[in-house]
Design a protein around this ligand. Structure first.
Ligand code: TRP
Length: 450
């Protein structure tokens, strides 16, 4: 047993932990989904609710996961088996692995698009085209189901390559290179966009709240987006937490990751909205914003050819560090619970995801047969995982930590057996035990009634 512990792979440095966890958090959710949600939910009002959700609920929920992982030294399922043997709690872990599988199946579809769009920008495919023509190109691409599937496969292969290599030699090594690259690219793009003529309108939309836009639906969307963006509610952070050194400070890790994630989401907004407004594009243009509007805008900008390539490389990097974390949850579960090697588990996990993912990709083709509950399989996977399973998982995790795992165990793990003295520790536990479950429940239930 002792030996097994010694041999367990783990992060080599504190920076590695933050790079990996921030890499998981920062993804398409920030650069693509956040601006879409913000655009559809009235702009700055959404941003405000989002900030409240993330800071008040995000950090404590994230800590709950990290604590469970580091304390149990196990994957998402194993953690509950160890901490609550002979109970039904491991179901929460199974739900998490399932949810990760469902997310990865559709997330890898969109990730694949980033590769197609890197190619398109390299071959200067957008040059001189108007928005209509570019949009037509986007839907033509969707209709090429197998081309989507091919890119999705390539993307999953890249993901599997990193996960296959292990925590320290794979995940940590690559996220430590990729995350700084991402930040630099994003800042350069942000400055470019915010200095375009007419950019002020976009910034106003992003930062000037119109409270009449504040509805229950906006709050629900902000909650769903917050959980999704921070990779919470399905055991990514339990799994990563299990690789964190016993001397690291979990609270400062959680805070760094949350702030980095939120910073990048806002920065993505600063890249997208000023550019959109400057060219008279409606901010609620949804996903077309990223794949259609931006290429057109870049094309008409000085240096746009390079900027466009760089933007899609950024998108691909952001996606990759997130797909890595999703696959890692599945791989850690398979390899630890079934006692097989990481390498084998990676192959199994990636192939299984690809098998479902193919149908998610093919469900975007016109007149697709792959519909579920009145939606495309792609949309259904997104809905079930991010609107239902993630908040539900998050809810059960905080209930577990607050009411079953208990205050003493939580604070011992959080404070490294009492060596860190933080005045906030009681507040954090209070939020985990009472406020977070209540808030998640209220928002969740009201979402279903509206
Ligand atoms: N957080 C990532 C993003 O913003 C996506 C993601 C990775 C994720 N792992 C997750 C979402 C786990 C929910 C749960 O794009």
């Amino acid at each position: 047993m002792l030996e097994e512990k010694k041999n367990r792979d783990g992060f080599g440095s504190k920076l590695g932990v933050i790079a990996a966890a921030a890499g998981s958090a920062i993804g398409l959710g920030n650069i693509y989904r956040f601006p879409c949600e913000l655009g559809e939910n009235g702009g700055a009002a959404f941003l405000l609710v989002y900030l409240a959700v993330v800071l008040i609920l995000g950090v404590p929920v994230m800590l709950s996961e990290l604590v469970l992982g580091r304390n149990s030294q196990s994957n998402a399922v194993g953690a509950f088996k160890k901490l609550a043997p002979k109970t039904a709690w491991p179901i929460v872990g199974y739900m998490g692995v399932l949810c990760g599988f469902l997310i990865l199946a559709f997330y890898s579809t969109v990730s694949g698009w980033t590769l197609e769009y890197i190619m398109k920008s390299v071959t200067n495919d957008f040059a001189g085209k108007d928005l209509k023509t570019i949009e037509q190109g986007f839907s033509d691409f969707h209709n090429m189901g197998w081309r989507n599937v091919m890119w999705q496969g390539v993307f999953l292969l890249l993901t599997a390559f990193v996960v296959y290599k292990g925590v320290q030699k794979g995940i940590e090594k690559y996220t430590k290179i990729l995350m700084p690259m991402l930040l630099i690219i994003l800042i350069v793009l942000g400055v470019r966009s915010a200095t375009l003529p007419g950019a002020a309108d976009g910034l106003r939309f992003l930062f000037n709240p119109d409270f009449s836009k504040l509805t229950g639906e906006v709050v629900i969307s902000a909650l769903g987006q917050g959980f999704f963006s921070l990779s919470m509610g399905m055991g990514v952070l339990i799994t990563y937490g299990s690789y964190v050194n016993k001397n690291d400070r979990l609270a400062s890790t959680a805070l760094s990751v949350t702030l980095a994630d939120t910073f990048v989401a806002i920065l993505a907004g600063i890249v997208i909205f000023p550019a959109a407004f400057s060219f008279g594009i409606k901010p609620s243009a949804g996903m077309g914003l990223v794949f259609n509007t931006l290429p057109m805008i870049f094309d008409s900008m000085a240096g746009g050819y390079v900027i466009c390539i760089v933007f899609f490389v950024l998108l691909a990097i952001a996606a990759l560090t997130s797909t890595i974390s999703l696959l890692e949850v599945i791989v850690a579960y398979i390899s630890e619970e079934f006692h097989i090697s990481r390498e084998k588990a990676t192959v199994i996990g990636a192939l299984a995801t690809f098998a479902l993912g193919i149908f998610a990709s093919l469900s975007l083709v016109q007149d697709t047969p792959f519909m579920l509950g009145g939606k495309t399989l792609f949309d259904s996977l997104d809905f079930v995982s991010s609107t239902i399973l993630l908040p539900l998982g998050g809810l059960l995790i905080v209930i577990f930590v607050g009411w079953k795992f208990g205050k003493k165990s939580f604070l011992d793990e959080l404070t490294n057996e009492g060596t860190i003295k933080s005045p906030l520790r009681n507040v954090i536990f209070f939020i985990v035990k009472y406020l977070a479950p209540l808030a998640i429940m209220v928002i969740f239930v009201s979402g279903f009634m509206s």
